[in-house]
Design a protein around this ligand. Structure first.
Ligand code: NAD
Length: 472
């Protein structure tokens, strides 16, 4: 199996081939310098191949996603398969426009010169995906990296092992084997891989591992994008439309069983709003998932027993207002709302990343903003209010990767909005044009001629200097 390829296939999990990582990266770098990835036609062909790979194996991908997360076909298609296909299509539609050199404005000093910004691919890029949306979080950045003309080492998360294996099997069959390689492995393999010199690292996952990636990248001053997590707050005030808020909140919190980096992490509201929203959410949960959510095919399970145990321990925080039941044998946690939670409780100390939603009572928007600003900058901030002054207050007085007013998650689907965190929730952003720009260095180029007038105009810079020249 190890021989699928020293370079072309994937390096298996047993670590036997770890010593090949240096060679693998070196061979990718040589391919990059051969110029293979530069022609536009080549890049377009590879993105089309990537799209074809997903289209032709849709049901296998959906099956693998269900194996890893017991996720329903609908969510697999909408949130991952179709999403990644659309990323390819969107890139193909715009790649020529985004790749075109830019000609910024210039002053009279450069009137005879060409002033151009060339989009230069970095070289060999490492893309590391996370397990919660293992297809799109791994391959959507790859679309940008390929489009920009890089060679790419793809490292899917071993935690979603069925999807990781499928990516490792399929990529060599569809994409150019010299330019794009998959490494399948866990922590030891990734640790070894991170010792190599990459020209760019794009990482999606937890803040803890984000730090490890950043430290490793420091050795070669490799630029990084870190797509991390955090506790995304949700403020609801008494002007919000409660039935609509409840529908959007329950959907955004419980898709993928809350294992979504942009899921609402906790709610800030008054006691009165809390009572109303909880009553309505009880009804909505029943509408979405039936009398017993455990029987619903539309509710995912927790990825591993370790993750399940971490989440189950949170259920003793505060008081259960909705749900609260678990089944360890299925790694099932019922959609749960917790009230009377204290800010010092364990559930408020780390990103929840599961189907549990705690409520913290505040008296008004100002208190909510103070609460948010006392903590790390989140990936997203959600606020539900009809009052535009309140909406603007949250936009202008808090810091977060993004803001979504009166809905959840949907900011992610807008191609033209940057997706990324700030502070502890990450650095850098992608989606749409930014997916292209992330993977190129904007190389400023000044092209001069030997034109006599140009030389005359610039000649005052040469010594010997004088007071007269200073005035020019
Ligand atoms: P994970 O465990 O799958 O880790 C992500 C990657 O890091 C994997 O490729 C994994 O192999 C690697 N890794 C894990 N431990 C490592 C180590 N010690 N050394 C080197 N590499 C290591 O995923 P996770 O970190 O559990 O993902 C969940 C987190 O990711 C949550 O915090 C979530 O908010 C965040 N997330 C962020 C985004 C985003 O786009 N901003 C998207 C999804 C998830």
């Amino acid at each position: 199996e190890a021989k699928i390829s020293r370079f072309n296939g994937y390096v298996p999990i047993n670590g036997k081939d770890m010593s090949n990582y240096a060679e693998m990266v070196q061979s990718a770098r040589e391919t990059f310098y051969s110029g293979k990835t530069r022609p536009m036609d080549f890049r377009i062909k590879q993105i089309k191949q990537l799209r074809k790979m997903i289209e032709e194996n849709k049901s296998d991908f959906s099956g693998a996603l269900s194996t890893d997360l017991r996720r329903t076909k609908f969510e697999n298609y909408v949130l991952e398969v179709d999403f990644t296909i659309n990323e390819c299509t969107h890139m193909l539609r715009h790649i020529k426009e985004w790749a075109a050199p830019e000609r910024p404005s210039k002053t009279w000093v450069n009137v005879f010169d060409e002033v151009v910004i060339h989009k230069e691919p970095y070289g060999v890029v490492l893309v590391m995906g996370a397990w919660n949306y293992p297809l799109q979080l791994t391959l959507a950045p790859v679309v940008g990296a390929i489009a920009a003309g890089n060679c790419v080492i793809i490292k899917p998360s071993e935690v979603a092992s069925a999807v990781a294996k499928l990516i490792a099997d399929l990529v060599p069959k569809y994409l150019d084997n010299e330019c794009y390689k998959v490494v399948y492995g866990g922590v030891p393999e990734t640790t070894e891989l991170l010792k190599q010199k990459f020209d760019y690292i794009f990482y999606t996952g937890s803040t803890t591992v984000g730090r490890i990636v950043r430290e490793a990248s420091n050795k070669f001053l490799t630029p990084v994008t870190l797509e991390l997590g955090g506790k995304s707050p949700t403020y609801i005030d008494n002007t919000a439309d409660i039935p609509i808020t409840a529908k959007r909140l329950v959907w955004g919190k419980f898709i993928n069983a809350g294992q979504t980096c942009i899921a609402p992490d906790y709610v800030l509201c008054t006691k009165e709003v809390q009572d109303k929203i909880i009553e309505e959410c009880k009804r909505v949960i029943k509408e979405y998932y039936g009398e017993d959510p455990k029987e619903s095919p539309d509710l995912c399970r927790i990825i591993t027993t370790k993750h399940f145990q971490r989440l189950a321990a949170f259920l003793s925080n505060g008081e259960v207002a909705i749900g609260g039941r678990t089944d360890p044998s299925e790694k099932y946690i019922e959609p749960t709302f917790l009230i009377n939670v204290k800010p010092t409780d364990p559930i408020m100390q780390e990103e929840i990343f599961g189907p549990i939603l705690p409520f913290i009572n505040v008296n008004n928007a100002y208190e909510a903003i103070k609460f948010i600003n006392e903590r790390e900058k989140p990936l997203v901030l959600y606020a539900f209010s009809k009052d535009s002054a309140v909406q603007n207050l949250f936009i202008s007085q808090t810091q977060s990767g993004a803001v979504c007013i009166n809905d959840t998650i949907l900011q992610y689907s807008v191609d033209t909005l940057p997706f990324g965190g700030v502070g502890m929730s990450g650095m850098g952003a992608y989606h749409g044009k930014l997916s292209y720009d992330t993977f190129v260095h904007p190389k400023g180029c000044l092209l001069r001629t030997f034109n006599f007038i140009g030389e005359f105009v610039g000649s005052s810079r040469y010594p010997p200097y004088s007071e007269t020249k200073l005035k020019l």
